[in-house]
Design a protein around this ligand. Structure first.
Ligand code: IPM
Ligand code: MN
Length: 358
């Protein structure tokens, strides 16, 4: 059977520097599409802080319904300085993750040669792992509420929701992903079984149960605080880490720092049976907006992950090689304003390497 290689991509540039970095990601995408003879149809969506301030709309039902018809979504950034924190994050980013049931947040932590890490004496051979973060449950589920709000006896409750189904599908994804990633085949569950004795009891039981189906995978466990410690001290111990939503959020910011910063860190919000969404994880960086100095590499890496997900492995590999070449050969630094090139020039360099790649 001939595979359909026309991809319909919903593009959500979003807020702040989102549009600038997405433009460069699309440059890489279109360049590699031409090289590998597949087609990309990009449909832009105006969602984010500006639309909200203009119209009061965050994610209209009709837009959500339309997004469900795409092959994938490429997102720039969500977050606007004039909008109260939480509104866009919950109303748009988390809403998309939940409504599209993107139950995995896949976040590679890979240090490319030539990139500085703050970890002394650690290099690319030490920092090469992937975090599989549960993306629809836990503390993010929005369960809880206030009692006696605004009084001295106020109670605020925020509960972590962990369903057997949700935990199992996340762990199963992690086992499968670990099996296919490389020869190391080591999966670490990151939790807090010594304190969160209900939530992580469930996680641990299901983890051990599934492990029996994956005898080729070495399993390990670390508490989340110890995970932070090892990520700094012995990152080479990790291959794939699986964890809940909140812990995954926290440890992937640490991960982004050890791989060279937000300029390079990308992630995929994945629904293996539905529509997935790929994003640079750095945020909207309002202070750099419109200056053409932000690093687009994370957005380009998000496009790479998207192609990987769509089954265009060769094309994804081409983008990755180009990223590797640009960070080794061209960029002085990964930080905004210190790259030695502008945002669009970095995108051009990546495109050039894709064109010239063997
Ligand atoms: C992330 C972000 C989001 C999260 C925020 C913006 C809601 O920090 O993608 O890691 O907490 O998941
Ligand atoms: Mn985060």
């Amino acid at each position: 059977m001939v595979r359909n290689r026309n991809y319909r991509i919903a593009v959500l540039p979003g807020d702040g520097t989102g549009p600038e970095v997405v433009r460069e990601a699309l440059k890489a995408l279109n360049t590699v599409a031409q090289k590998e003879s597949f087609k990309v149809e990009e449909v832009p969506f105006d969602l984010g802080g500006d639309r909200y301030l203009r119209t009061g709309e965050i994610l209209p039902e009709s837009v959500l319904a339309e997004l469900k018809t795409f092959d994938a979504i490429l997102l720039g950034a969500i977050g606007h300085p004039d909008v109260k924190p939480g509104i866009l994050e919950k109303g748009l980013l988390l809403e998309l993750r939940f409504q599209l049931d993107q139950y995995i947040n896949l976040r590679p932590v890979i240090l490319y040669p030539g990139v500085d890490t703050p970890l002394k004496d650690k290099g690319p051979e030490d920092i090469d792992f992937v975090v599989v973060r549960e993306n629809t449950e836990g503390l993010y589920a929005g369960s809880g509420g206030f009692l006696r709000k605004g009084t001295p006896h106020e109670v605020a409750i925020q509960e972590s929701v962990n369903t057997r189904m949700g935990v199992e599908r996340c762990l199963r994804f992690a086992f499968d992903f670990c099996r296919n990633r490389n020869a190391r085949k080591k999966l670490t569950l990151c939790g807090k079984t010594n304190v969160l004795t209900y939530a992580f009891d469930l996680w641990q039981r299901v983890f051990h149960q599934l492990a029996e189906e994956y005898p080729d995978i070495q399993t390990d466990y670390a508490h989340v605080d110890a995970t932070c410690m090892w990520m700094v001290k012995n990152p080479e111990w990790f291959d794939v880490i699986v964890t809940d939503n909140m812990f995954g959020d926290i440890i992937t910011d640490l991960g982004a720092m050890i791989q060279g910063g937000m300029g390079i860190a990308a992630g995929g919000n994945i629904n293996p049976e539905g529509v997935s969404m790929f994003e640079p994880i750095g945020g909207s960086a309002p202070k750099y907006t419109g200056q053409n100095i932000i690093n687009p590499m994370a957005a380009i890496a998000a496009a790479q992950m998207m192609l990987e997900h769509l089954g265009e492995k060769v094309a994804a590999g081409r983008i990755e090689s180009a990223i590797r070449k640009v960070v080794v050969q061209d960029l002085k630094n990964l930080s905004a304003g210190q790259m030695g090139y502008s945002t669009s020039e970095v995108g051009d360099l990546v495109a050039d390497h894709i064109i010239r790649g063997a």
